[in-house]
Design a protein around this ligand. Structure first.
Ligand code: GLN
Length: 558
């Protein structure tokens, strides 16, 4: 009976979108090898060869999604148009490829188990013992094959974590089985590992990679391609040794040295080692000749900036390189758009509280306060806004950053000293930021914020409208609190304008200061829609304003 059920499931998996092929990207030896970036780079190369890709990430942790995790644990939570709260690697996928992403593009153990348990409760497995193999593995396979279809040539599925993790096993078992369903020739296993260089021995060490591949082979997966991260050049001898011990073709050991300069070098490095052609050949794909000229132009501009500008980002997790990942990337994109290098000064809001704004912000060309949650550092962020407003430094507030700007203005211009967000002071006499109406009855924390893409109308003639060159935009949100519209007229009269509102007029999405070189704050997250070759219009406008300030200061000093 169980076998019958399993077969039925397997057949339904095979029959959907039979022509779509698979690339699976696994990681070995250590985490943080840049698997997300490498997967995105593979997607980019295939797209440049005319192949239609869909990107996907499987995360073996138990949380249903990363939305409830601290940035310390997980880095940024990346939000998609459909409101899915996902892993930050999906940001790399969107920035490097045109792959459509949705909540089907990121699965966790928690999500897979929830589905299986729901189905069990509905009686869909009546009579059976529900087990990791085949029920969990079938659910994983179905979640991967769901992306297949006539409009997709290749699904690139990245598996989070490192081979050897206990929680990754069902995922590895599932991807081991997919070739049985769709044909081995339609699947490619790419394994990313590290070859450490031991200074004392003066040698690159291949043993950890051999062990990692050994572990994969024990599970039944023979990698087709090894991408090895190296600190120093590997040399042909080592590459051949790895090929022999790991049972892969010599030309399928691809070296990926550390890129000190820019992440945009990664795809070009892979091309130099022939990875695009290797994949095309191994999967028997119909492909066009590779054209990387646009990407080379991009890299040229990154390497040869004409100007430099310093932007302070005032937040909470400044030691964590990935906590505001998309913001840093978007600032880079805006720099590229203006042939400039953007230097980011990361400032802990609590440091600003201790040291005062002048000592930490003096000399910067622009100030950005990003999104966030919780009380810690909030007064430092508010001080940063005040400093930007009074010293006429270009200011960009994002989500919590906009809320801080509203509180600052209420306190220091409208004259309400206790003005606050009800997130931080429930009993404030002037709750200028308050809970969204729809949030008032919500108890659960997971996936319950105002999430995903929403339309917004822009005020004609506003700075925002000038930046976007459009009066209707769609941006992604992730928040529970909003501008308290009862105060709108008072702010407006004092010069803080609501220049972007929801189409029904009820929610303020963008505010601007009329009397300031560049002071724009938004309730949404523009950083999720910026790309290297098309910087987000607001980031671009902000960096341009910062560049102007920089130039003015240079001239004033002459
Ligand atoms: N904590 C604020 C809210 O929930 C801001 C959220 C954010 O910055 N993403 O509204």
């Amino acid at each position: 009976m169980r076998l019958l059920h399993y077969e039925r499931n397997a057949i339904s998996i095979v029959t959907t979108g039979v022509n779509t092929k698979h690339i699976f990207v696994t990681g070995g030896v250590v985490s943080s090898l840049g698997k997300g970036l490498t997967s995105a780079a593979i997607g980019l190369l295939l797209e440049r060869r005319g192949i239609r890709v869909r990107m996907q990430k499987l995360d073996p942790y138990i949380n249903v999604d990363p939305g409830t995790m601290s940035p310390y644990q997980h880095g940024e939570v990346y939000v998609l148009d459909d409101g899915a709260e996902t892993d930050l690697d999906l940001g790399h996928y969107e920035r490097f490829t045109h792959s459509l992403l949705s909540r089907d593009s990121n699965f966790t153990t928690g999500r897979i188990y929830s589905r299986v348990i729901e189905r069990e409760r509905r009686g869909e497995y009546l009579g059976n013992t529900v087990q990791v193999v085949p029920h969990i593995t079938n659910e994983i396979k179905a979640s991967i094959r769901k992306l297949a279809g006539p409009e997709v040539d290749v699904i690139i599925t990245e598996l989070g974590g490192t081979v050897g993790d206990i929680e990754g096993l069902p995922f590895l078992e599932a991807i081991r089985q997919i070739p049985l369903d769709v044909g081995r020739q339609n699947c490619l296993f790419v394994h990313l590992t590290l070859i450490p260089y031991l200074k004392a021995a003066g040698e690159a060490k291949t043993k950890p990679t051999q062990h990692s591949v050994g572990q994969l082979r024990q599970i039944g997966i023979q990698p087709d391609v090894l991408i090895v991260r190296t600190e120093r050049e590997l040399g042909r001898d080592n590459a051949e040794k790895i090929a022999l011990f790991c049972n892969v073709d010599k030309n399928a050991v691809i070296e990926e040295p550390d890129k000190e300069f820019s992440i945009y070098e990664v795809p070009l490095g892979l091309v130099d080692h022939g990875l695009d052609q290797l994949i095309v050949d191994k999967l028997g794909l119909k492909a066009e000749p590779l054209d990387m000229s646009q990407w080379q132009d991009l890299l040229h501009r990154v390497r040869n900036p004409e100007h430099e500008v310093t932007i302070a980002v005032v937040g909470k997790y400044m030691q964590h390189k990935d906590a505001y990942k998309s913001i840093y990337e978007s600032l880079d994109h805006a720099g590229i758009a203006h042939s400039s290098r953007v230097l980011v000064k990361r400032i802990e809001a609590e440091e600003l509280e201790r040291e005062g704004p002048e000592s930490v912000l003096g000399g910067v060309d622009g100030i950005l306060v990003p999104g966030g949650f919780g009380m810690r550092g909030i007064e430092g962020k508010i001080d940063a806004v005040r400093y930007a407003r009074e010293a006429e430094i270009p200011f960009f507030g994002i989500c919590l950053g906009m809320q801080c700007a509203v509180v600052e203005f209420a306190r220091n211009v409208l004259g309400y000293p206790d003005a606050n967000s009800t997130e931080f002071a429930g009993d404030s006499e002037h709750p200028v930021i308050c809970l969204l109406e729809e949030q008032k009855t919500i108890v659960d924390k997971g996936a319950t914020m105002r999430l995903g893409s929403h339309p917004c109308r822009l005020e004609p003639g506003s700075r925002a409208e000038q930046c976007y060159a459009s009066d209707l935009i769609h941006e992604r949100h992730r928040h529970r609190y909003e501008f308290n519209s009862e105060y709108r007229a008072r702010f407006q009269d004092a010069g803080l304008l609501a220049t972007g509102v929801s189409p029904d007029g009820s929610l303020v999405e963008i505010i601007e200061l009329a009397d300031h070189p560049w002071f724009v704050a938004v309730q949404f997250h523009p950083e999720f829609k910026s790309k290297p070759q098309s910087a987000h219009p607001l980031f671009s406008g902000f960096v341009e304003a910062a560049l102007n300030r920089h130039q003015q200061r240079i001239h004033a000093a002459l």
